[in-house]
Write a protein that binds this ligand. Structure first.
Ligand code: KG4
Ligand code: ZN
Length: 337
């Protein structure tokens, strides 16, 4: 079965064709980063309009090699995300489903991130633990079977990617901040500033990154007033170390306490080199396998939507053409049909 996936929940317009849930025929992603950079974050109104403009060219490119053949089904992200952005993708999916007379299935975006490894034949057996770290979400969840996601812990305020983005904007090093801080940190000293490790000893698996971001700002203010400010690379590396230490430790402890042998790390921040190395090392030491999708499948993409869509369709799950969008859909919440 060939599934055409559509993803427009935030600022990436993406269309993908995936065969059998694992063979990626095409995965085209049009990023809007250049449109939002000036504002230091995603502007919802600009995002929906950009999706509208990009949708047809992206679909054309994704299906160009396919010789005009129809796929067998459509999978589309229906939430969580920006309401206007989601509406563009869902309306488009409905149009294709209606005119091509194909079944359609609505997909939960956060859940789709956790299935990205299947695109490279790396999906572990159930149950596995998922760490989702992106610009909009930071959580640990137990995945017992397709369509189910039990939250083990989540951020109480900012998402991890959001903290990277805000710290980078504050340091004047650019947007999106994740890749910049990742690169800068490789040249910095992570022990230069001892920032707080928020909620490390909280006794649960929740996170908080807003206070850490404020701690960086306070530190920079104080150090510059004393003329003792280290370079951005040291500040970036010290911030990254503090944030990732909490994420790595909580992930390893959750897996050990739940007796889970496989961890999938997904979402944009899972591209981070230090996170990949550190989690690999800590999990390896505990006999836990950690699986990272390739970076192109960590950040938002339609192939992961087609992948999860395939598994849902295999279970006989479809979504009617009357489906709404669900901007506040909870990570484990099934899509209302
Ligand atoms: O998954 P994603 O593409 O979109 C959301 O669903 O949010 O994640 C985007 C986030 C941004 O905050 C970006 O700064 C962060 O992922 N990110 C990174 C890296 N690459 C992207 N954060 C840390 N290190 C990276 N290498
Ligand atoms: Zn995402």
């Amino acid at each position: 079965m060939i599934v055409l996936g559509i993803e427009t929940s935030c600022d990436e317009t993406s269309v993908s064709l995936v065969e059998g849930g694992c063979n990626v025929i095409s995965n085209v992603v049009a990023s809007q980063i250049d449109l939002h950079r000036h504002y230091g974050g995603v502007v919802p109104e600009i995002a929906s309009r950009a999706h509208l403009e990009a949708m047809i060219p992206v679909l054309r490119e994704a299906t160009s090699e396919f010789g005009g053949e129809k796929p067998d089904a459509i999978a589309v992200t229906v939430g969580p995300g920006l309401v206007g952005s989601l509406a563009v993708g869902v309306s488009f999916a409905k149009g294709l489903s209606w005119s091509w007379k194909l079944p359609m299935v609505g997909v939960n975006h956060v859940e789709a991130h956790t299935y990205a490894p299947m695109l490279e034949g790396k999906l572990p057996p159930f149950p596995f633990l998922a760490l989702v770290v992106s610009g909009g979400h930071t959580l640990l969840a137990l995945i017992p079977s397709v369509g189910r996601m039990e939250i083990v812990g989540e951020t109480q305020d900012d998402a991890l990617g959001e903290a990277f983005d805000k710290v980078s904007i504050y340091l004047g090093t650019g947007y999106p901040g994740g890749p910049v801080i990742d690169a800068l940190s490789r040249e910095g000293n992570p022990a230069k500033v001892r920032f707080p490790r928020p909620m490390k000893g909280s006794g649960n698996y929740n996170f908080s990154f807003s206070g850490l971001k404020t701690a960086v700002i306070r530190y920079v203010e104080k150090a510059s007033s004393r003329d003792e400010l280290p370079g951005n690379a040291d500040i970036a590396a010290s911030f990254q170390e503090a944030a990732l230490e909490v994420v790595v430790e909580k992930t390893v402890h959750a897996a050990a306490e739940l007796g889970i042998g496989h961890v999938v790390a997904a979402g944009g921040v899972a591209c981070n080199k230090r996170l990949r190395d550190w989690l690999e090392e800590r999990c390896g030491g505990e006999g836990i396998e950690v699986i990272f999708p390739s970076p192109q499948y960590c950040t938002d993409n339609a192939a992961m939507v087609a992948g999860l869509g395939f598994l849902l369709l295999e279970k006989g799950i479809t979504t009617g053409l009357g489906v709404d969008v669900f901007p506040g859909l909870k990570p484990g919440e099934p899509v209302p049909s």
